[in-house]
Every structure is written in C-alpha cells, then in structure tokens.
Design a protein around this ligand. Structure first.
Ligand code: HEC
Length: 414
C-alpha cells in the first residue's frame, strides 16, 4: 500500500471516484499514516490510488505477471472510468495470459491426476487457442478443431503417436499468444486422423484426452472427467436412483456382496445415467503400444463388453448411441437445452453437455477460482456468477474473455 501511495503521480485530490465502503474499510485498516493522508487529501486521490491497486491486482491475477508501468496506468484509468472490462482486456493481451495463466488453468483438466504439472499437449493448446481467437466456447466438446504449432515451426510437426510436437513447442518457447505460431486446424485434416468432421468432438477427441480418459477401463472415465471439467459435477453429485436402468451394462453386478439393496441404492444411481451417456464413446480406444487414439466407426471396442458374465441380462453395447436419462429427475436442474435427449457418438453428446446452463455457470466458476483465488462464498458471488454466465451466453457468443473480464472485475476489490 505504501508502494501504491508513492506511485501516485499527480498528487491531485480531484477527479477520482468517491471511495466505496470496502475501500474505506481498507484505508481504515492502514493505521495512522493512511488516516493522516486521507484527512489531508479527502477521498478523491485515495480512490485513484485504489484504482492503481486494483489494476495491478487484476493484471497479476489474469496474466500471472505484473504489468509494465504504462499498462498499469492505462488499466487504472479504465477502472476509474468505470470500464474495468477494458482494463481486463488489456491484461489479457499480455502473452503470459496464454503462455502461463491459461496453460495452468487448462492443464489439470487433461489428466486423471488433475495436476497442473504436466507438459503442453493438444488438449491444452486447443483450449488456449479457442480462448485467444474467441471461438464460441460451447463448441469445446463438439467442434472439429485443434491448435498446433504452425507447420514447420518446430520439429516434429503434429503426430498422432506422440506428444513430441507440443514438447518441442514448449522447449523452444513458442508464443501461444501469437496467431502466427499457434494456429487453428481441423482434427479431421491432420495426417493419420481417424475422425471425420462429423465425428471430431472438440477436446474429447484430442490425443491427450484419449490418453488420459480412454486408456484402460470401460470409457466411463471420459464421461466422469467431462462432467467434472465442464459441468463442475462429479458422479456423486449426479447420482439419482429414480432413473431407468436399462442401459446399465453387464459388468455391473446387481447384487454386490450378495446384497441387491446396495445395487439399487448406490451403484444404480450413477450407472443408470452414466452408462446411457458413456455409450457415445463405444468406438474409441487408447492404444498404448501405438501411443495413439483409435477410432473404429461401426465397431464397438472390446472394453465396452468386458465382464459380460457378471450380469448377462445387463445392457450389451451394440453401437455408439447415447441417451440422457438425466434430463429428467434431479439433474433436470442442469437445464439441458440441446437438440435431443439422445444421439450417436461423442460429438452430439458434447453438444448436449455444452447446451446446459450448468456448462455456462461451470466455466464461470472455474475462472472465478482461477482469477479470485477462492471459491464463491457469498450470495453476491453467486449473483455475479449468474450474471457473467448470462453475458457468456448472450447471442451465442460464449466468449471466454468476457468471463475473465467479468470475474476479474467482480473480485478486483478483494
Ligand atoms: C458415484 C458414482 C458411482 C457409483 C455409486 C458406482 N459407480 Fe461404478 N463406476 C463409476 C465410474 C465413474 C466408473 C468409471 C471409473 C473409471 O474408469 O475411472 C465406474 C466403473 C465401474 C465398473 C467398471 C470398472 C472398470 O473395470 O473400469 C464397474 C464394474 C462398476 N463401476 C460397478 C459398480 C458397482 C457394482 C457399484 C455399486 C457397488 C458401483 N459401480 C457404484 C461410478 C460409480
């Protein structure tokens, strides 16, 4: 705070906004020196100092690095003029927003450990590129899209069978904020691709997601992590024992430990909904030996049929159809607004997920945690999140930078 005071340039007491109560409270906490200054100077200049303070904080939180002096002053002026959104947009022009802040924001979504300590990959790069280029973010689970380094920029170019392209990008310090370096392409157009435009499902069908969530298991993990990362809900939150159970697969015992009550009261609540949805991924597999995602349209991967003897009368996966039983019941509150409650494949399921109000609110909540360094706690926080989600959805723009700007403004006084 002393720093801020020394940074004040014009020393004038005019022209500032009157201080809000929060600002007053903070000044009150500063002790005799600050009180003396306030008495000398009245509220105006202190408000300006506050704006510089807010601007610095906003820049640090958005970009992860401090602003240069010119940027700081411009941001403070915007904030003083009631245009915190313009200040936030300026902070988002710092390359560190893409290379550091967004990378840290997205990386945990791309692995089962939910760790930020992982190299750049095609999933992370694609989300960063979509945010940079204002691609409507509700396409993140359904578009035929991928971001790679520009052709020939690093060695090797994109490979289906390794992450080396992205490792090389990181090693050589490629600037992800630069549209000439990180470029938008189609998954279907990449050499060796096994997905067509009508099958590519945004980050779901990136190599990194396949490695993390299609490897081993029964492909239910892809649903679980899609739900966690894009609906902000884990399976416990979705558990609903009132749904139809006809899609629960054969591998789920109907009497765990000989007790059918346990099945009906626990297993059923997750698997009735989840197994109906995860059918969308039936043609996908991660091939560990080849180091790549495998997609076999029309052919169900064996992992969907394992342990069929556990409950032979259970559901047998025959295609990649999905049905969303969670549109009804307690999970109707997610507000599903998609074209249909059923479909085929990961792409239409991705669109179904992104159609929800829960998706929009979840993106805001994630940014809130990232930018404000805390979860929402007050009714004021909840109201702000809903309002920012409204802006996010407005006219179908789904512009993530609007979310960062709205959230940064909301907590710039914290
Ligand atoms: C809270 C939600 C939830 C409940 C309750 C639940 N499951 Fe699951 N189940 C999952 C998820 C998620 C997966 C996928 C795990 C993964 O692959 O990471 C799974 C996977 C499975 C699998 C496949 C295991 C494999 O090889 O990957 C079986 C079998 C199974 N569950 C049986 C049961 C039984 C039996 C019960 C009740 C005793 C039960 N589940 C309760 C969510 C649930």
């Amino acid at each position: 705070m002393t720093n801020t005071m020394m940074r004040r340039r014009d020393g004038s007491c005019e022209g500032g906004r009157s201080m809000d109560r929060r600002g007053m409270a903070r000044v009150a906490a500063l002790g005799t020196l600050a009180v003396g200054l306030v008495l000398l100077c009245a509220a105006g200049a202190s408000a300006q100092m506050d704006d510089v303070d807010r601007a610095r904080r906003m820049h640090d939180r958005i970009a992860g690095v401090p602003p240069d002096d010119a940027t700081l002053q411009t941001m403070a002026t915007h904030i003083g003029n009631g245009r915190a959104d313009l200040a936030a947009e300026l902070a988002m022009q710092n390359p560190a927003f893409y290379n550091v802040s967004l990378k840290n924001f997205v990386t945990p979504w791309t692995n089962e450990e939910i760790t930020v300590f992982a190299p750049l990959n095609d999933y992370t790069a694609t989300v960063i590129g979509m945010i940079r280029d204002d691609v409507p973010f509700n396409l993140v689970l359904s578009e035929d899209i991928i971001y790679t380094g520009a052709n020939g920029l690093v060695n090797p170019n994109y490979q289906q069978t390794s992450n080396d392209h992205y490792l090389a990008m990181e090693a050589s310090g490629v600037d992800l904020s630069d549209p000439a370096q990180l470029v938008r392409r189609t998954q279907s157009g990449l050499p060796g691709s096994q997905v067509s435009t009508s099958e590519a499902a945004g980050v779901t069908t990136t190599r990194a997601a396949a490695q993390a969530f299609f490897s081993g298991g029964t492909n239910r993990a892809m649903w679980r992590f899609t739900s966690m990362n894009f609906l902000c809900r884990d399976l416990e939150d979705m558990n609903d024992i009132t749904r139809t159970g006809d899609r629960i697969r054969q591998d789920v015992t109907r009497s765990p430990g000989g007790d059918s009550e346990i099945f009906l009261n626990t297993c059923y609540g997750c698997h009735a909904g989840m197994d109906g949805l995860a059918g969308a991924y039936a043609y996908f597999e991660w091939d560990e030996n080849a180091g790549r995602m495998v997609h076999t349209p029309g052919v169900v991967q064996a992992k969907n049929l394992i342990n069929g003897n556990v409950f032979p009368q259970g559901y047998i996966t025959t295609d990649n159809s999905w049905i969303n039983y969670w549109r009804e019941g307690q999970n109707s509150t997610l507000d599903w607004r998609g074209a249909s409650d059923r479909g085929f494949g990961a792409k239409s399921l991705g669109a179904e997920v992104a159609s929800t109000r829960a998706f929009s609110v979840c993106q805001v909540e994630k940014v809130f945690q990232h930018v404000c360094f805390r979860p929402p706690k007050s009714q004021g926080d909840r109201d702000a999140i809903e309002a920012i989600a409204d802006v996010f959805e407005q006219n179908g723009t789904y512009r993530m930078k609007d979310v960062f700007a709205g959230v940064a403004e909301h907590c710039m006084n914290d």
